[in-house]
Design a protein around this ligand. Structure first.
Ligand SMILES: O=C(O)CCC(=O)c1ccccc1C(=O)O
Ligand SMILES: [Mg+2]
Length: 334
């Protein structure tokens, strides 16, 4: 039931995006990071993934490497019996969430083998014990032309997606509006549509733009204004009818607490890579639920190991909304 940490290795990976990915600062062509492999005293191995993404409060790729390189010094021979032991062993990595995510996930996979329980079941056992057997997910439509957006929407709806997330918040709001309109026209009222502005609007623009989008019956808008402007977000929330989801505003539990206190959001987007792992993401979900907020789990366009972990978390949480777990196809391989 318990194990001792005996070795930590990590290997770099670099997965090409199918289409170049535009972040707030730059365009990136590859998703880079490390696969983390931890060995125990029974010669079992656990796999994790550590892949920081710019703009989500994570450390740099070099910092991830330094932390992983030094981690064996403090972790070697540590005895792990349960989730608490994993958390305690990793507290010192709070400022390197991607590295922490990789180490934590490798340890969770070892705990899973030691206990003969899935990672999802281990998480669920610290909540209700129940695992969902169905996790609805959303597809993502980028800031493309209305015609292309409608075509993509048709493909995704034919594939069975119940929910589409559309990128907005570009410099051209009329184009944003046409894109969302085209998807609603294509999908009718049987699909759910949410939009993501990725901090692209001022408070005044957000209020005006969301009022104009309201007739399209949107589930919510992610991060309409700057992540740090919680007062502004609360104002947007009070001034129009579309629910607000906090994404870039929530990179740790302290920030989540501030979003709750500011009454800045209705929904919290949980990105395990940004939060330092699925255990912290689970705590964040519990905090949000206690405050009467809903949550959505999404990847940060990670490789297959971290995508599976995000799914394992989503399956252990009582969420009705679609989660942002359909990002595998954004990479050519993973
Ligand atoms: O939410 C989804 O469906 C996919 C995840 C996603 O959109 C995303 C992925 C990486 C970085 C930022 C974001 C985002 O929500 O803005
Ligand atoms: Mg977002």
């Amino acid at each position: 039931m318990t194990f001792l940490i005996k070795s930590i290795q990590f290997y770099p990976y670099r997965f090409a995006f199918r289409e170049p990915w535009r972040t707030a600062r730059e365009t990136i062509y590859y998703r880079e990071g490390w696969i983390v492999e931890i060995g125990d005293n029974e010669l079992r191995t656990g796999l994790g993934e550590a892949s920081p993404l710019d703009g989500f409060g994570m450390e740099s790729l070099v910092e991830t490497e330094v932390v992983l390189k030094e981690s064996w010094r403090s972790l070697i021979n540590t005895k792990i019996r349960n989730l608490n032991d994993i958390e305690n062993a990793l507290v010192k990595y709070d400022r390197s969430p991607a590295a922490k995510h990789g180490l934590e996930l490798a340890l969770l996979h070892l705990l899973s083998q030691a206990q003969g329980l899935s990672v999802s079941q281990i998480l669920a056992n610290s909540i209700s014990g129940k695992i969902r057997d169905f996790v609805p997910i959303n597809a993502v439509i980028g800031a493309i032309s209305p015609e292309k957006a409608a075509m993509k929407a048709k493909e995704y709806i034919d594939q069975g997606y119940p929910c589409l997330k559309i990128k907005v918040g570009t410099k051209d709001f009329e184009a944003d509006l046409q894109r969302v309109y085209a998807v609603r026209s294509q999908g009718g009222n049987n699909i759910q549509i949410r939009v993501d502005a990725n901090q692209g609007w001022s408070v005044d623009a957000a209020i005006a733009n969301l009022k104009r989008l309201a007739f399209l019956n949107l589930e919510y808008v992610e991060q309409p204004v700057l992540a740090s402007d919680l007062g502004g977000m609360a104002e947007v929330r009070r001034s129009q009818s579309i629910p607000i989801a906090a994404d870039e505003s929530v990179n740790n539990l302290a920030q989540l607490q501030r979003v709750i206190e500011a009454q800045a959001a209705d929904i919290i987007i949980l990105k395990p890579m940004a939060l330092g792992g699925i255990i912290t993401a689970k705590h964040a979900a519990m905090l949000a639920f206690q405050a009467g907020l809903d949550v959505v789990v999404t990847t940060t366009i990670d490789g297959a190991i971290a995508r599976q972990a995000a799914f394992d978390l989503a399956a252990a949480l009582p969420i009705q909304r679609a989660c942002g777990l359909a990002t595998g196809d954004l990479l050519i391989e993973s």
